[in-house]
Design a protein around this ligand. Structure first.
Ligand code: BF8
Ligand code: SF4
Length: 653
């Protein structure tokens, strides 16, 4: 089908042709999308945008006047610093809890698998399971796989409680960093403990010192990055396979006019993996054929899509802002969701078509959706029921309304730490050598979401383009990775887009200059890689030429990620202002003071060109610190960008 031309309106909202075409269709048909609702919300609350409103108790709600003319204290006496810090602390706890609860769901399924209580699951990577067991002190010699798995599950379940001094995987952190965390009092203990403690501290009248609250915010984030998220990643690898490089396709062009299309949306591979298996069930394929379809096509959205793409090469329909637009193609029989980042609006958009929204998590129900309670004890059977429901919707499809606006783009994913080290011959040495020689200047994790306040994907791909052109390896996860994939930056031949040094390394290894490392919980892979590089060099993580960026973040989970990445020693640039600017003290701590505490800090820079300069200067400064050859980053081009600039300086706003 030919492309439907985007008008000026759609082109301001997204850089992607498939999204532009579907926005035009939605507007023409009066279907409301996220951009319409954002416009209806404007102007958004200025107090909330600055972090200056509080409704933590019934003496409030309260707000602080940022101009100094109105109230400067809430009813309880809390000023701007305390209110902003408490709000940020709760945001980190919400994000950390989301990842960690996802991790716990996988852990509980893994434990049930070990006890033979599930259907549709197996231990796909026995070697990794044994390595993990040995790492956390579980005996493996002379024991069955199931016995070892059961004990491993029990040790990791303890990480959620408070029985140990610190989380199991904190042992992966370079010793010098662990000592730093101990000295500041931010070593993460139990996953649940840090999150509960944050809710406690931010109750009225508990932690009334913003520095103390924010330090616990780092600890809460660390309980996600080196706890809940890492457990989710590691056990997903064990149950579904450790990713290895794989080719796939991406954008709305992955939908098929002649097949039953099922989009898997959400986060937990426990659901999506068994649905992919069920879609190959000969009986269900035959049922689809009996309705005139040629087969069953599973596509991914958001992070569960990343999980499927990384391990199975399942094609990816799109990232966060595509979840409504994929429905507007009229080509989906079902969108199957679990939890996180699923807009309630998908139910309303689906009503305009024959598409079924099938919710599956008892903790994430959607009014108006069809709920199928997913239970890993009967994973295979429930997955078949779900696929059958989708197939049975195919006869209701109105083929006249089907619009698949583009051809898919090819991409390569599957870069687990194991795969990267494997490509390097089993050791980080070749990568370290390339960084030391300056062939690769450093590495940047470009991660996070889409946010309708920014043109979709523009910041991701422009920042990435500028980094790889300057020989900086880019590691991506989450919706950022989907943006890069759609833009064609994730193919081995995209090495041609990189500077000469990075290009030569990528060509020698046959890899893209932008490595897809997985879903958002898989940012833990980036932490493991950073720790491995630091250990190899005998330095702390904050000495490495690394940076993080979340150009288009929206989610509380992204804030938790930012907290653990910075606390782990990696300076991070945000493209969207966090609601902290109501407190100059909090801003000064996050953008300055933290550097003296954990060796890293935050910056905000929405302009991708300026963000790239900021990051390049940071990387060259780290190179200089390690005694490696460094260059002054184009003093002329960077004249107006300073790494010392306070949080938010240089923003276009
Ligand atoms: O966990 S990148 S929009 S889908 S929060 Fe959500 Fe953000 Fe996407 Fe995945 Ni991550
Ligand atoms: Fe107001 Fe204090 Fe209650 Fe917050 S905790 S709502 S600032 S009285």
């Amino acid at each position: 089908m030919s492309a439907i031309s985007g008008n000026g309106h759609a082109r301001r909202l997204t850089i992607n042709e498939d999204a532009q075409a579907m926005i035009d269709v939605a507007r023409a048909e009066g279907i409301e999308t996220v951009w319409d609702r954002l416009a209806a919300q404007e102007p958004q609350c200025g107090y909330c945008a600055l972090g200056l409103s509080c409704r933590n108790c019934a003496m409030g709600p309260c707000r602080i006047d940022p101009f100094g003319e109105g109230p400067q204290k809430g009813v309880c006496g809390a000023g701007a610093d305390v209110i902003v810090a408490r709000n940020l602390g709760r945001t980190i706890a919400a994000g950390s809890s989301s990842h960690s609860d996802h991790g716990r769901d996988i852990l509980e399924a893994f434990r049930a698998l070990a006890h033979g209580e599930t259907t549709g699951y197996r231990i796909a990577d026995v070697d990794k399971m044994k390595r993990l067991a040995e790492e956390v002190g579980v005996a493996t010699e002379g024991r069955t796989t199931e016995e070892v798995a059961a004990d491993l599950a029990d040790v990791l379940l303890e990480d959620y409680g408070t029985r140990r001094g610190s989380l199991s995987f904190v042992a992966r952190v370079p010793e010098v960093r662990r000592a730093k965390w101990d000295s500041v009092g931010i070593t993460p203990r139990g996953v649940d403990r840090e999150n509960v403690e944050m809710l406690h501290r931010t109750h009225m009248g508990v932690d009334n010192d913003y520095v103390n609250t924010l330090l616990h915010g780092l600890r809460t984030g660390l309980s996600d990055g080196w706890g809940g998220s890492m457990i989710a990643t590691e056990l997903s690898d064990v149950m579904f396979g450790t990713p290895t490089p794989v080719m796939s396709e991406i954008n709305l062009g992955v939908l098929r006019t002649d097949q039953v299309n099922i989009a898997m949306h959400g986060h937990n591979p426990m659901l999506s993996d068994v649905v992919v298996a069920a879609a190959q069930d000969p009986e269900l394929v035959e049922l689809a054929r009996s309705f005139g379809a040629t087969g069953i096509n599973i596509v991914g959205l958001c992070c569960t899509g990343n999980e499927l793409l990384m391990r199975r090469g399942v094609p990816m329909a799109g990232n966060h802002l595509m979840q409504e637009l994929v429905l507007v193609t009229g080509a989906l029989e079902a969108m199957v969701v679990d939890y996180q980042c699923i807009m309630p609006s998908v139910v309303d958009v689906a009503k305009c078509y024959h598409t079924k929204i099938i919710s599956t998590a008892d903790k994430a129900k959607f009014t108006g959706a069809t709920h199928v309670s997913f239970d890993p004890m009967h994973g295979a059977e429930i997955a078949r029921d779900i696929v059958r429901m989708a197939v049975e919707a195919y006869p209701d499809r109105n083929h006249e309304r089907v619009r698949i606006p583009v051809k898919p783009v090819r991409m390569m994913g599957g870069f687990s730490v194991e795969a990267i080290l494997g490509a390097l011959g089993g050791t980080p040495k070749p990568l370290v050598d390339a960084i030391a020689a300056g062939t690769i200047r450093g590495a940047v994790a470009v991660v996070g979401c889409n946010n309708p306040k920014l043109p979709q994907d523009l910041e991701h791909i422009e920042l990435t383009r500028r980094l790889i052109e300057n020989d900086i390896l880019v590691l991506v996860t989450g919706c950022a990775a989907v943006a890069n994939g759609k833009a064609g930056q994730m193919l081995p031949e995209s090495a041609a887009m990189a500077g000469p040094g990075l290009r030569s390394v990528c060509e020698a290894l046959g890899i893209p200059p932008v490595l897809h490392m997985g879903s958002c919980v898989d940012n833990s892979r980036i932490m493991v890689l950073a720790a491995a590089l630091a250990d190899f060099l005998g330095v702390d993580i904050d000495q490495l030429p690394l940076a993080g960026a979340a150009p288009e973040w929206y989610s509380e989970k992204a804030v938790a990620i930012g907290a653990y990445v910075v606390a782990s020693g990696v300076t991070t640039v945000l493209g969207v202002q966090p609601p902290v600017f109501g407190s100059p003290h909090v801003v000064e701590l996050l953008a300055g003071g933290l550097d003296g505490v954990v060796g890293a800090k935050f910056a905000v820079e929405p302009d991708p060109a300026r963000a790239a300069l900021l990051i390049r200067r940071h990387i060259e400064a780290k190179r200089e610190g390690l005694g490696l050859p460094f260059v002054e980053v184009g003093a002329d081009e960077a004249a107006d960008v300073s790494t010392e600039a306070p949080l938010g300086a240089g923003s276009k706003a």
